[in-house]
Design a protein around this ligand. Sequence first.
Ligand code: FAD
Length: 370
Amino acid sequence: MIHFEIKRDEPLKPFTTFKVGGPAACFAGAATREDFLAALRFARDERLAVFVLGGGSNILVSDNGFPGLIIHPVHRAVAIEAAENQKVMLRVEAAETWDNVVGRAVAEGLYGIENLSHIPGQSGAAIVQNIGAYGQQISDVFASATVMQARSGNVMKLSAADCGFGYRKSIFNSSAKNEFIILQLELALNRHGTPDLRYPDVRNYFNERAIESPSIQQVREAVIQIRDRKFPFPREEKGGNAGSFFKNLVLHEAEFKVLRDNIRRNFSAAESERLEQIRKRPGADGAVKVPTAFLIEICGLKGYREGGARVNEAQPLVLLNDGGATAQDVLTLAGFVRRTVYARTGMTIELEPELVGFTLKEVEKHLVVE
Ligand SMILES: Cc1cc2nc3c(=O)[nH]c(=O)nc-3n(C[C@H](O)[C@H](O)[C@H](O)COP(=O)(O)OP(=O)(O)OC[C@H]3O[C@@H](n4cnc5c(N)ncnc54)[C@H](O)[C@@H]3O)c2cc1C
């Protein structure tokens, strides 16, 4: 058993996939409920802000680090249980690597999360922004979460309705931010199903190979191959990234019209035509989902560089650390991308990763668009 301990001045860089940022004033790995309670008590006594750090794949840590207590879940496990209606329940501890859960489900022939293959990070964090890719999102299979209320230390179960899931959204990153520590998830997967091939990249992959009805294992392999070109999966070698640095746009009629007018005014007919093609794709509630990568690309920002940070050529939603990037480089680059996209398309693009340890002044200096 790991002994609970509070470390001081712990470097955070190795705990993030971006591989940038300074140290945490205090850091505690937590395996049991008692560990989480001890960590919360310590933070209260020392009057420290708390940040729960999973796999660090959706954050950008300031070069000055984080002045409070980092709590890092470390207990990993997946249990599989039969449930009703051909469903199978997966009980997953928060620190379990998400891709291990997908790998296990696929190996057991369970449908529902195969398109979420190779998304880095821990399973607890997966519900924070309701991870999604290639037509699936975790909320589609979510049954419940066991959470600890940070203020009281009470443990409770939350349903899907309690969690308020939306596009890259839940109560954990909006109305109840910092209120709960996610300890465990229950996911309801299907014994029977059909592969979800709605996304053109996935469909084309199988069309090219003349595979009409791929197995669930083949879907996982396809998604991994498609993704790895665009979203370099964090590995031990130098450099890093935090996946999509910007969220896609979900536009209603009036907002879409603003974008269309700006694209007609500032770009060629070919770009307007591409926007019309995007409009034809099915969207929810009459809204149009516009890939932010399209806007960054037409603004000529692919490969644009600031210090050691660069806009990925293969998928411009991703900002890359080429090896020596500072958090300052990444924020400056993100600010430049936001301002350029705003000036040429009228669209304000939102950051996807959470900024950790930055002052409001720094954020405003770099990221304000107007
Ligand atoms: C190469 C790459 C590809 C990616 N592709 C995708 C993608 O396709 N789709 C997608 O949706 N995301 C994607 N991401 C983003 C990221 O992987 C996910 O958001 C992931 O779920 C983050 O998990 P994490 O453990 O790394 O969280 P962290 O980055 O450690 O934390 C993210 C947030 O969750 C909170 N948090 C973490 N654990 C807990 C907990 N136990 N309780 C309460 N709060 C917690 C943190 O405080 C923070 O606010 C990608 C990232 C990378 C680097």
